[in-house]
Design a protein. Structure first.
Length: 318
């Protein structure tokens, strides 16, 4: 009897830590956001190659702006869940070592073996030529594969999409510092991260500016007892989102780009959509089931799936 009572208390405590509706809406979005990440890596052909397809370029660009919400929202959710649970630092590191560090190492090694195998066959070289031949690597190349292998734009590890996990692990390690700053000066932390993201100030010395901003937002919402990010998203009506979305597209026609403001709006739009995803039990259960495959899809989609698709799809279209 005592064990049942303890289990019930644990369940009640978990519901207090993360409200049931919030948990369901995050779960409903997980697979959808991973699909967004896949689209980001698929729809990367050079726009100059489609000069006669202006409408397609326009639609693609608008859609990719929506897809760009995926990683920022994952940082927001990860931070929110971490600080709501408020595990001891040692326990937090132990958990994240199992859920992040170990998969990070395993999948990076798998990626290296994959490149080694496919680069051994000349007929596959054109599909996987974005990195140097692994057979010719020096010891430093193997080391950089886990951290900053790719130099263009945002420096990425060998398994490019894992930059998110790398940044998240760094933020988790320094989270006690961020929490301490939050406790002493909430306004300073939020102001600093806001200036960084809206001022387009690079923070590559530590983490990406978007990662820092949304991770810090997660701290604020986790500590807040009055309002959540879903509350803010739900405050606006559906027709208001439609009106603002159309207005943003009109601005773009005149080469007026809102940058981080558009990103924040799109994030609110996706958070708003999650409200409808949990209303139908069948839809929610399907998304909940698919969410179990999110990390696997995230890990294998590039280069294991995307590179072959990039070679096959253009031939089908032409």
């Amino acid at each position: 009897m005592n064990s049942k009572k303890e289990q019930n208390k644990i369940i009640e405590l978990q519901e207090v830590i993360i409200p049931e509706e919030t948990s369901k809406r995050i779960t409903a979005l997980r697979f959808l956001l991973i699909v967004f990440v896949v689209f980001l890596h698929v729809l990367t052909e050079d726009a100059t190659a489609n000069e006669n397809k202006n409408l397609w370029i326009y639609i693609r660009t608008s859609f990719l702006e929506i897809c760009n919400t995926a990683v920022p929202l994952f940082f927001l959710f990860a931070s929110y869940i971490q600080f709501r649970k408020n595990d001891k630092y040692s326990l937090l590191l132990k958990k994240r070592s199992r859920s992040l560090l170990v998969p990070y190492i395993i999948w990076t090694v798998i990626c290296m073996l994959f490149y080694f195998c496919v680069q051994s066959f000349t007929q596959f070289n054109n599909l996987f030529r974005e990195i140097d031949i692994i057979r010719n690597w020096h010891l430093t190349n193997y080391f950089k594969a886990f951290f900053y292998h790719r130099a263009e734009g945002l420096k990425q590890p060998l398994l490019g999409q894992y930059w998110f996990i790398r940044e998240l692990m760094i933020l988790i390690i320094i989270s006690p510092i961020l929490k301490s700053i939050y406790d002493k000066s909430k306004g300073f932390l939020l102001l600093f991260s806001t200036i960084v993201i809206f001022g387009n100030i690079p923070t590559y010395i530590l983490v990406d500016s978007r990662a820092l901003f949304f991770y810090i937002l997660g701290i604020y919402f986790a500590k807040s007892e009055k309002v959540s990010f879903f509350d803010i998203a739900d405050y606006f009506k559906s027709y208001e989102y439609l009106f603002i979305f159309i207005a943003i597209q009109i601005f773009k026609c005149f080469n007026l780009y809102l940058g981080s403001l558009e990103l924040l709006f799109n994030c609110l739009l996706i958070l708003k959509i999650s409200k409808y995803l949990i209303q139908k039990e069948k839809v929610y259960n399907t998304l909940k089931y698919l969410s179990g495959f999110s990390f696997f899809l995230y890990s294998v989609h590039w280069p294991f799936i995307i590179n072959p698709l990039k070679a096959i799809v253009p031939r089908i279209i032409s």
